[in-house]
Design a protein around this ligand. Structure first.
Ligand code: COA
Ligand code: MG
Length: 292
């Protein structure tokens, strides 16, 4: 990971790769995903956990992923593998550690104490209790390394006994409160996976749902999902042009001390200026990452 400002790093496409699949982990070195998430949890069978941990340790310690952010997903804290996973993570120092199935703020404090400084803490929001405790969990970021939420819609579906539908009706509450809690406490928020690998238009629709809600990006399971996701979660050219017009308008001498002006026929306030500058910063960061 290079030194783009943490808040303005593009995190549009976050590709899970099974920590047992050496070939896929190699492939990640040349893919256009913003984040590569090497998984030791759901994608690795119990009898292969130790082998996967060793494979991930070797590949991450070589630091071969360039500008891509590297996150390692460990096993559940209560599992027999968690201790060794954490030892390995602290040794190889990925950009982030992702912890599944957290449920309370205390879970955040406990894991944070065992994670070395300099490694960002990310957590899966995929348990009903996490949804009920979401504000307290987000607030734990004030005294910990907690940096972001990743929604786990597959686990939520199982826990809720919900049916997955294209409009994701069953998950609207979870998606909504998770995003709001993330924004209230300045955390990154990443949407869940889309399981139907061959269905590009279904993926595009679901990316748009998340992007409209305010999500920073989407977790992915296959390389062919990266381009669509990068496109939908990049600021649109139209929006960048509007943002530049807003910045330019507020810079005019006659507008210097104004809180509200008219830009292109629309009421435009200082809050729009803040959002315009954020969009431009994200656009610049995407250009700097070489994949606009
Ligand atoms: N990350 C990196 N590379 C991947 C990948 C992934 N998640 N999924 C597939 N690839 C690679 C394959 O290795 C293959 O590489 P090659 O062209 O060099 O041979 C290429 O992309 C095409 O793969 P394909 O044959 O279409 O898929 P597959 O049958 O090998 O794998 C899955 C299908 C679903 C098993 C696989 O995509 C996968 O494991 N996804 C992630 C699952 C996961 O991590 N789940 C946990 C979180 S929900
Ligand atoms: Mg899960």
């Amino acid at each position: 990971m290079d030194n783009i400002d943490f808040d303005h790093r593009p995190r549009r496409s976050c590709l899970y790769t099974p920590g047992i699949n050496h070939k896929a982990m190699e492939k990640g070195k040349s893919l256009a995903a913003d984040i590569i998430m090497l998984d030791l949890e759901d994608a690795v069978a119990p009898e292969l956990k130790d082998e996967a941990r060793n494979l991930v340790a070797n590949i991450v310690s070589e630091k071969p992923y360039g500008k891509r952010e590297i996150i390692i997903r460990m096993n559940e804290v209560s599992s027999p593998w968690a201790k060794d996973d954490l030892t390995m993570i602290n040794a190889v120092k990925p950009d982030g550690a992702l912890v599944p199935k957290v449920q309370t703020a205390q879970d955040i404090f406990d894991i944070d104490a065992r994670l070395d400084d300099g490694i960002a803490l990310w957590v899966m929001i995929e348990m009903p209790l996490a949804i009920l405790n979401i504000q307290d969990i987000a607030a734990a970021s004030q005294s910990t390394k907690l940096a972001g939420f990743i929604i786990g819609t597959n686990d939520l579906a199982k826990e809720y006994r919900a049916t997955a539908t294209p409009d994701r009706a069953a998950f609207q509450h979870a998606l909504s409160v998770t995003l709001i809690a993330a924004r209230a406490y300045n955390l990154i928020a990443i949407d869940g996976v889309y399981n139907d690998i061959q269905n590009a238009s279904g993926l595009e629709d679901e990316c748009r749902q998340g992007q409209i809600m305010g999500y920073d990006g989407k977790t992915l399971i296959h390389p062919n999902q990266i381009d669509i996701t990068n496109r939908i979660f990049s600021p649109a050219i139209d929006d960048i042009e509007k943002a530049r017009a807003i910045v330019a308008a507020f810079e005019l001498p006659e507008n210097r001390n104004k809180g509200v002006i008219k830009v292109d026929g629309k009421m435009t306030e200082l809050l729009h200026l803040v959002e315009a500058k954020r969009l431009i910063a994200m656009h610049d960061a995407i250009n700097a990452s070489g994949d606009a």
